[in-house]
Design a binder for this molecule. Structure first.
Ligand code: HEM
Length: 190
């Protein structure tokens, strides 16, 4: 058999690899983009709360915003919207994946997810009210350090819950009968 030129061999190898990897279709791209938006928004909201709590708040509320409170308030709104939208999409994609594989999401998943969403709403509220311009926002800012502590602790708990939720995929679902472990359902997150 004649020797194939190198580019052909490389192309064949790449093709062989794609054959084994998940189909790169619209659903796959949507899931990857949703996960990216979720993690990026978590970095913006969590990172902002962490920086204010650990670096700026000891110097007072004014130091936290450097006269740019409304700019941060806008990013809190954008990150919160993207977290809610991508979070809901992630949940529905995972739910569908389990259902298509003939399994139900275990009760522990629903419980952890519920706690995660409640903590997320609390963290979003704290970030928004501390960046607000109402009388209520001023009252919250009077206890800035305490609220930033609560907000940052909520973020840590949310990230731990995110990892625990994800562990459900890696470990694989139990069959509906709770008996022998079924083959792991491929996580939509890849
Ligand atoms: C402050 C708000 C939030 C933060 C910091 C946050 C953070 C995270 C992180 C770090 C992950 C793990 C990412 C990964 O490894 O794939 C995750 C996963 C997830 N989050 Fe959030 N999240 C927040 C809000 C929400 C909300 C509001 C929802 C639902 C409406 C949500 C639903 C989900 C889902 C479904 C997953 C995937 C879990 C899995 O792999 O089974 N998140 N989140």
């Amino acid at each position: 058999m004649p020797e194939l030129p190198l580019p052909w061999i490389a192309a064949m190898a790449a093709l062989a690899q794609v054959a084994d990897s998940p189909a790169i279709d619209g659903a796959m791209i949507a899931r990857v983009v949703s996960r990216m938006l979720h993690v990026l928004s978590a970095i913006i909201l969590g990172g902002g709360l962490f920086y204010m709590r650990s670096i700026l708040s000891p110097a007072g509320a004014e130091a936290c915003y450097a006269g740019r409170r409304s700019a941060w308030a806008r990013w809190v709104a954008i990150a919160s919207f993207l977290l809610l939208a991508s979070g809901l999409f992630n949940f529905l994609a995972i739910f569908d994946q389990y259902r298509d594989a003939g399994h139900k999401l275990p009760p522990t998943y629903h419980m952890l997810f519920g706690v995660k969403v409640l903590l997320a709403l609390a963290a979003m509220f704290i970030a928004a009210i501390l960046a607000g311009r109402t009388a209520a926002a001023n009252r919250f800012r009077a206890h800035l350090a305490q609220w930033l502590n609560i907000g940052w602790t909520a973020i840590i708990a949310i990230v731990v819950l995110g990892a625990l939720l994800r562990a459900h995929h890696v470990l694989g679902p139990q069959g509906a009968d709770g008996g022998a472990a079924a083959a792991p359902v491929e996580s939509p997150h890849g």
